[in-house]
Design a protein around this ligand. Structure first.
Ligand code: NDP
Length: 320
């Protein structure tokens, strides 16, 4: 059986492609521009066992109407992972909002008109869950019934979080109007080993701490391992009773706790001692993972994920 993975060369998608190939699927992976892109961008996918003949690479741009039609043709499942993830856009509308929202609808339209497609799994984010305006404190439990408020995110200029929120709003509207079977996977900050040769935004959050930042951010995020995230996509696709959204978070932790855990793992690495800014630490909160556990996800402990991240950064030459 064939399945499609959009943005196949990205951090999460590369693990998804790897696991799908291992499970015997034919994988149609899209990248934005096969011809001018650095060929290194897909070399790691081509090297995956058993990629030979089982992996088909396609060029598809989120913003080109119909770009995914021929890729999705004949696929039983579509995993839509492509979406720009960076935090400092110069033109948020063009760089983040357009590809996230219009790109998602573009992919979903191709799915809706392709009879072979049985289910679509969209990579969303806990950023689409957490920011509904309720204060986040240690006793608060966030779950899948929460939905972030686009106005709040716009006011705070949280463009990436806004792009994902508007995209997921569009997903549920489209699913309803077109009776398409769609599931969203909502991971927190994803870390763990890198398969791709470039440094993606969430891995960079750890890289920056160990590469000599003087301060750590005053921020509290959920953290989850990339392999668990990739596996959750596959379980969501394969489990007939799966539906709706799945929050994926192993631990909610302030950057000061991430620094502490890294120090315990690597006492000789120099780590930032101070928090950026003098405000009190942003409090922690809880995220319910009952639904993800019931799906079959066994979450990798944060300490293991941090160790895998650092070891992978070393192996890939990001650290000396
Ligand atoms: P990466 O940056 O590694 O991957 C993003 C992918 O999106 C790349 O393959 C990129 O292709 C593709 N993409 C971006 N813009 C376009 C475009 N205009 N047309 C086609 N493809 C495009 O990030 P991640 O693996 O971390 O992210 C994958 C998904 O997971 C995203 O939807 C992200 O929002 C979501 N997510 C990530 C989290 C994390 O912590 N990493 C947490 C929660 C959700 P190209 O290489 O050509 O730029």
């Amino acid at each position: 059986e064939a399945v499609c993975v959009t943005g196949g060369s990205g951090f999460i998608a590369s693990w998804l492609v790897k696991f799908l190939l291992q499970q015997g699927y034919i994988v149609h992976a899209t990248v934005r521009d096969l011809s001018v892109n650095d060929p290194k961008k897909v070399d790691h996918l081509k090297a995956l066992p058993p990629a030979n003949g089982m992996l088909k690479l396609f060029q598809a741009d989120l913003l080109v109407e119909g770009s995914f039609d021929s890729v999705i043709d004949g696929c039983v499942g579509v995993f839509h992972a492509a979406s720009p993830f960076y935090l400092t856009p110069t033109d948020p509308q063009a760089e983040l909002l357009e590809p996230a929202v219009r790109g998602t609808l573009n992919v979903l339209k191709s799915c809706a008109k392709t009879p072979s497609v049985k289910r679509v799994v969209v990579t969303s984010s806990t950023a689409v869950v957490t920011y509904n305006g309720k204060p986040l404190t240690p006793e608060v439990v966030v779950d899948e019934s929460w939905f972030s408020n686009a106005e709040i995110l716009k006011d705070s200029k949280s463009w990436y979080q806004l792009s994902k929120t508007l995209a997921e709003e569009a997903v549920w509207k489209f699913a309803k109007e077109n009776e398409l079977d769609i599931i969203t996977i909502n991971p927190a900050m994803v870390i763990g080993p890198l398969l791709q040769p470039t440094l993606n935004t969430s891995s960079a959050a750890i890289f920056n701490l160990i590469k000599g930042s003087e301060t750590f951010l005053n921020a509290t995020f959920g953290w989850v391992n990339v392999k668990d995230v990739a596996y959750a996509h596959i379980l969501a696709f394969q489990t007939p009773s799966a539906s709706g959204r799945y929050c994926l978070v192993e631990r909610v932790a302030h950057f000061s706790d991430i620094v502490k855990a890294l120090h315990e793992l690597y006492p000789r690495i120099s780590l930032p001692q101070k928090c950026a800014g003098d405000e009190p630490f942003v409090p922690t909160y809880q995220v319910s993972i009952e639904k993800a556990k019931a799906l079959g996800i066994d979450f990798t402990p944060l300490e293991v994920s941090l160790k895998e991240t650092v070891e992978s950064l070393k192996e890939n030459g990001f650290l000396n």
